[in-house]
Ligand binder design. Structure first.
Ligand code: HEM
Ligand SMILES: *[C@@H]1O[C@H](CO)[C@@H](O)[C@H](O)[C@H]1NC(C)=O
Ligand SMILES: *[C@@H]1O[C@H](CO)[C@@H](O)[C@H](O)[C@H]1NC(C)=O
Ligand SMILES: *[C@@H]1O[C@H](CO)[C@@H](O)[C@H](O)[C@H]1NC(C)=O
Ligand SMILES: *[C@@H]1O[C@H](CO)[C@@H](O)[C@H](O)[C@H]1NC(C)=O
Ligand SMILES: *[C@@H]1O[C@H](CO)[C@@H](O)[C@H](O)[C@H]1NC(C)=O
Ligand SMILES: *[C@@H]1O[C@H](CO)[C@@H](O)[C@H](O)[C@H]1NC(C)=O
Ligand SMILES: CC(=O)N[C@H]1CO[C@H](CO)[C@@H](O)[C@@H]1O
Length: 325
């Protein structure tokens, strides 16, 4: 009997510690409830106070979150400054147009004042993104927390892992599946292009030199192309900013998809969504409302926020988001 008892309690302890390790290794809702009870409120209050005056930052933040998660997981590696001789993600081609770093730094300072060394930069990015999209009238989603910050930021990895605006459907699918996202996530998350801007340089080859013969991309509506050339992107190297969802760049709505189906998406990667039957019919379903954009977008964002997160004792809680401790 005694042996059996010991056996059982041994097994119980074993199972229990395995269970603990499993749960410790995961994000959880309200991770800071005990360690920093006001953390989420501090983020939300800051966002609610400042985003209405600077709504374009919502776009900057969601794009930052995306770029963070696609390279080494959502570990705030995107926030690290390059340290000579290492070139960080910030110096990668797709990051040259990122904004909002000081917005994150300001929130992080408030959190450091409240509970030093507790709240990760990666969680600040995830929370501030969600809260700012809500301010733009977009969907809300759950942001389980407990992400820890990475210690490595590598420019080459960012150039390789972040999809390019010139990507075709196959390349997009590969970039997404590399981080565990499928082609429905691809359609939904591309919907974030309903807010924000692009510089002409991100797509001007489609207007002026698509195949290198001074031609235009036939997949881009020619009337729209003519309009862009006349009024916005006047030459191949013009750096003017263009709204991706003209007329409602600060409102989170279905505008992007309406645009894409009119062949007016700015990037080849936007146009590529029409080249696959599954994704193009999913866009129709979103536009018709048989799939609810907000509900489905929220699910994909939660999924993106979980990509390769560091938890438990992995990584660190950075004190300053731009440098490792
Ligand atoms: C599917 C592959 C994607 C590609 C190739 C892509 C590419 C780009 C490019 C080239 C820009 C313009 C940068 C500039 O010239 O300033 C941009 C802007 C933006 N992207 Fe994407 N993107 C993709 C997916 C996403 C995802 C998944 C999100 C978020 C969930 C996102 C959110 C944004 C936002 C909000 C902007 C506007 C940023 C601003 O206003 O500063 N994109 N994207
Ligand atoms: C990180 O880089 C930014 C931009 O170059 C700079 O303003 C900031 O002071 C740097 N932060 C640290 C901690 O070095
Ligand atoms: C950065 O990543 C690339 C590609 O994975 C790798 O070849 C390179 O060695 C890395 N650089 C550093 C400094 O770790
Ligand atoms: C898509 O792009 C990749 C990489 O540039 C290329 O290897 C592939 O042939 C392209 N696929 C199609 C169907 O055009
Ligand atoms: C168009 O692209 C080709 C091939 O990349 C290049 O040789 C040519 O100089 C480009 N034209 C302009 C106007 O940049
Ligand atoms: C941009 O293009 C125009 C003509 O299209 C040219 O005059 C100008 O020198 C170019 N600027 C740069 C920085 O390449
Ligand atoms: C995709 O749709 C087109 C036109 O509706 C059809 O011809 C083609 O067979 C479809 N392809 C697949 C793989 O279902
Ligand atoms: C925001 C940011 O850090 N941008 C950098 C991106 O890369 C270019 C070129 O390396 C830098 O000049 C920018 O400062």
């Amino acid at each position: 009997m005694k042996m059996r008892g010991l056996y059982y309690s041994g097994l119980t302890i074993l199972l229990f510690s395995a269970f603990l390790q499993l749960t410790q290794a995961q994000l959880q809702l309200g991770f800071y409830a005990k360690s920093c009870p006001n953390a989420e409120k501090i983020v939300k209050d800051f966002v609610d106070k400042h985003i209405p005056n600077a709504p374009s930052l919502a776009a900057a933040l969601i794009r930052m979150h995306f770029h963070d998660c696609f390279v080494r997981g959502c570990d705030a590696s995107i926030l690290l400054n390059s340290t000579s001789p290492n070139s960080g993600e910030k110096d990668a081609i797709p990051n040259r147009t990122l904004r909002g770093f000081d917005f994150i730094d300001r929130i992080k300072s408030l959190l450091e004042a409240e509970c030093p060394g507790v709240v990760s930069c990666a969680d600040v990015v995830a929370l501030a993104t969600r809260d700012s999209i809500v301010v733009t009238g977009g969907p809300s989603w759950s942001v389980p927390t407990g992400r820890r910050d990475g210690r490595v930021s590598n420019r080459t990895e960012a150039n390789n892992d972040i999809p390019a605006p010139t990507d075709n459907f196959t390349s997009l699918q590969t970039h997404f599946s590399n981080v565990g996202l499928d082609i429905i996530d691809l359609v939904l998350l591309s919907g974030a292009h309903t807010i924000g801007i692009s510089h002409c340089t991100s797509f001007s080859r489609r207007l002026y030199n698509f195949t290198g013969a001074g031609d235009q991309d036939p997949a881009l509506d020619s009337e729209y192309a003519a309009n862009l050339k006349a009024r916005k992107c006047k030459s191949l190297n013009d750096t003017t900013k263009v709204e991706m969802d003209p007329g409602s760049r600060n409102t989170f709505d279905l505008g992007y998809y309406s645009h894409v189906v009119k062949r007016r998406g700015l990037f080849q990667s936007d146009a590529a969504l029409l080249t696959n039957n599954v994704t193009s019919s999913y866009i129709q379903q979103l536009l018709q409302g048989s799939e609810n954009f907000f509900t489905e977008f929220a699910k994909s964002m939660e999924k993106m926020g979980r990509i390769n997160v560091k938890t438990g004792t992995d990584g660190e809680i950075r004190k300053n988001c731009a440098v490792v401790n």
